[in-house]
Design a protein around this ligand. Sequence first.
Ligand code: RIB
Length: 324
Amino acid sequence: MPTTVFVVGSLNADQLLEVLAFPAPGETVLASDVLITAGGKGGNQAVAAARAGAAVVMIGALGDDAHGLLVRRALTESGVGTGWVGTVDGTHTGTAVVAVEAGGENRIIVASGANARLTGQDVESGLAGAAPGDLVLLQLETPVEVVAYAARFAKERGATVLLNAAPAPADSGCLTTDIDVLVVNQVEMRAVARLIGAGGDADGREDVAATVLATSRALDCVVVCTTGAGGAYVNVGDRVAHIPAVRVTAVDTTAAGDTYTGYLAAALARGETDLTASLTTASAAAAVTVTRRGAMASIPYAHEIDAAPRPHPYTDNTQLTTKG
Ligand code: RIB
């Protein structure tokens, strides 16, 4: 039976500014170029899942402005269902200023706009059709209480819940046992672990593995922690596997984490149970994203991954089971 990835999350217009180096406090620097493109962690992950081959429905909110039209068009062109993407009158579309330094590192500031107006009612309408086998994908650029509600609502319908706790949470409201799979980077891992009392000094390799395990026990879920060039760590039960990263020359790391999460979501919704194999593919997809500029625009299609470099073929047939 075909399954669906439902994404409840943010939609932004990204103002991408390319700089040689980030300004120091009090300093002004000139950007060599500016690009306005569709982004937002929710939208990027929806596009990644769709380009990975999943049927995707987006639940989100846009402003009644030109940026809203730009983002809606970008979702539609990638085959993402936008029937539950509302337009909020008198509100601007979420806006992100993304400064990208030579070498691809970024710094991002987001003005939430319409994303802050997403409601529990929107979640109920958009997720009404969610069923066992479907996957509900969440991030933290929409109100935290709406995220927590979406996770509960999804679980009640038997769907699998994947939370990408990005940006790093400021409170523990969304960190519940409704989560089946938690995806975080190292900064987010530290924040999550501190909030739930599971340690938090995820610096060295052993610390990351220990924090992954402690967090997974506290939330009763699978935890995936990405560490950039250091690869990713994932636990299943009491074991932590390490998946190496692909080495590429980055031009813009924006949406790399979103690509990774969206590709993982698509694999889980397809019923792939070999988690390390799915994460290896996700890593290969994210490696393509960092070689291109922009957010949604940089996310590869599945056929582009087949030819892309991967970490050495990796599978230990680690199995994912989700909570009932
Ligand atoms: O993860 C990258 C995204 O973060 C950007 O597209 C920007 O909109 C912010 O949400």
